[in-house]
Design a protein around this ligand. Structure first.
Ligand SMILES: O=P(O)(O)OC[C@@H](O)[C@@H](O)c1c[nH]c2ccccc12
Length: 273
């Protein structure tokens, strides 16, 4: 791994800080509805102003995901998408000229299946800047943190509103950014967030010098703007995955594909802080 790739994410946050802007961080499930379309969608996300993209590895038991992302995973798994193909998507996007830093979002089981040595070697080869593993067992996190650091990959910790006394422990040794989960429960658009979420985010800011991003439930320009005022990044997943689901019929029709992609771009562009 060249440290340049990891710096790609750090440089992005640094540039945005100079511009006084928070990062817009979309999430998509790779392979939904197919790999080639995911590549086209990544290009639309970049054109719409995304600053970093989370590439979700579809999984059969996405325990932290709500129905929208669960459905996206099921669609992608029908196309036999797995961890390595998701990594390859990052490299293909790079080869197509994408400047985006990519975060690989995966549950832990596919990582174990691949084996840690191969996993980190493959992350290097595919120019992945960051890693989110929502179900990483605490007893494994030390080794993953060490391996990530040695590989020059940002292992991004998730901090929940209930983590209060563990925040310092969770963020110590982290890199890239700290991901504040805005609400308890699973992913999915929300009209409101955990009571005291602003105080929670502030407490995370006090505990780390890293950029702090927030996700879970954020789906409208107003919600993005609200959190962009107090964070360095805002993650939007389900709302974008739902838009992809809504236009899938267009994406799968060669005559209407461009229209479908444009609707995704427009949806994301209006979210941008
Ligand atoms: O979908 P939402 O509510 O916009 O939340 C972001 C989320 O999609 C993405 O960051 C993510 C997808 N699956 C997850 C599981 C755990 C934590 C985070 C995630």
């Amino acid at each position: 791994m060249t440290t340049e790739t990891t710096n790609r994410m750090d440089l992005t946050f640094r540039r945005l800080k100079e511009q006084g802007r928070a990062a817009l961080i979309p999430f998509l499930t790779v392979g939904d509805p197919d790999l080639e379309t995911s590549l086209a969608i990544i290009a639309e996300l970049e054109a719409a102003g995304a600053d970093i993209v989370e590439l979700g590895v579809p999984y059969s038991d996405p325990l932290a995901d709500g129905p929208v992302i669960q459905r996206a995973s099921s669609r992608a798994l029908r196309g036999n998408i797995h961890l390595r193909t998701c990594m390859e998507t990052a490299l293909k996007a790079r080869e197509s000229g994408s400047e985006l830093p990519f975060i690989l979002f995966t549950y832990y089981n596919p990582v174990l299946q691949m084996g840690l040595d191969t996993f980190f070697a493959e992350l290097n080869r595919h120019e992945i800047s960051g890693l989110i593993i929502p179900d990483l067992p605490v007893e494994e996190s030390e080794e993953m943190r060490t391996r990530s650091r040695d590989a020059g990959i940002n292992l991004i910790p998730l901090v929940a509103p209930t983590s209060s006394e563990r925040i310092a422990k969770i963020v110590s040794g982290a890199s890239g950014f700290v991901y504040c989960v805005s609400s308890l429960g699973v992913t999915g658009e929300r009209a409101s967030f955990h009571e005291g979420v602003d105080r929670f985010i502030e407490s995370v800011r006090q505990a780390t010098d890293l950029p702090v991003a927030v996700g879970f439930g954020i789906s409208t320009p107003e919600q993005v703007a609200r959190f962009a005022k107090i964070c360095d990044g805002v993650v939007v997943g389900s709302a974008i995955v739902r838009k992809i689901e809504e236009v899938i019929i267009l994406l799968e029709d060669p005559a209407k594909r461009a229209e479908g992609l444009l609707q995704i771009r427009d949806f994301v562009a209006q979210l941008r802080p």
